[in-house]
Design a protein. Structure first.
Length: 221
């Protein structure tokens, strides 16, 4: 029995791998529970980390044609978390992200250039603090396979560095020794786990479509 289960699992993995090759491209929805959007910025002499905890998006990826990949992501600016409530409140204010005026940070890819071993150069437009600038992500496809319940899952990672002043986030303070309190460059590190839901089967020829129920008070036209 145990051997049969092992053989069945091996066959499933082989079929899944074959499906990835033959049934590409796949649209992967970002699973925020297993993903992270983090950053670091210099504070006096050290580097302080932070992250955004609310985000979503999709990655369309074809292992046989990586250049056709595309990425779209939206981050809630107010979800910034550096482990300090006072500092987070400051970052949400008009001095920095001004989340009341600019609630989201978005990225939309425009070009993907494949390299070796799954590495990718992902060029796109980053919109933050009401300013849109081109950025390039150094990304990598880490692989794909079945999850705990057999659902298709994938892994991606990416890094880039942006100058916050390019996006109008310019607040700083000069210390007594002439050193600036904050650095200008922000290093962004992204780890993504994607999940793909199987497509609904097409209705069989001659099958009757199910009637859509009409909500009470809704027009029947």
């Amino acid at each position: 029995m145990k051997r049969a289960l092992v053989l069945a699992s091996a066959m499933f993995l082989a079929l899944f791998a074959a499906a990835l090759v033959q049934a590409s491209p796949i649209t992967w929805a970002i699973d925020p529970v297993h993903s992270e959007v983090g950053f670091t910025i210099r504070h006096i002499w050290s580097k302080v980390p932070g992250k955004f905890t609310k985000f979503d998006g999709t990655i369309v990826y074809d292992p046989q044609n990586p250049a056709a990949a595309s990425v779209k992501a939206v981050i809630e600016a107010a979800s910034i978390n550096t482990g300090n409530e006072m500092r987070d409140g400051d970052l949400k204010s008009g001095k920095f992200f001004d989340v009341a005026k600019y609630p989201t940070i978005t990225f939309q890819s425009v070009k993907v250039t494949p390299a070796t071993d799954g590495a990718l150069k992902v060029e796109g437009n980053l919109t933050m603090h009401g300013v849109t600038k081109p950025v390039t992500l150094d990304a990598k496809f880490l692989g794909a396979g079945p999850g705990m319940e057999g659902e298709p899952r994938s892994g991606f990672e990416a890094t880039t560095t942006v100058n916050r002043k390019d996006f109008g986030i310019v607040w700083n303070k000069t210390l007594d020794q002439g050193q600036m309190l904050l650095g200008d460059d922000v290093t962004i590190r992204i780890n993504i786990e994607g999940v793909s839901e199987p497509e609904a089967p097409e209705p069989k020829a001659g099958a009757k479509a199910e009637a859509t129920p009409v909500k009470e008070g809704a027009s029947k036209q």
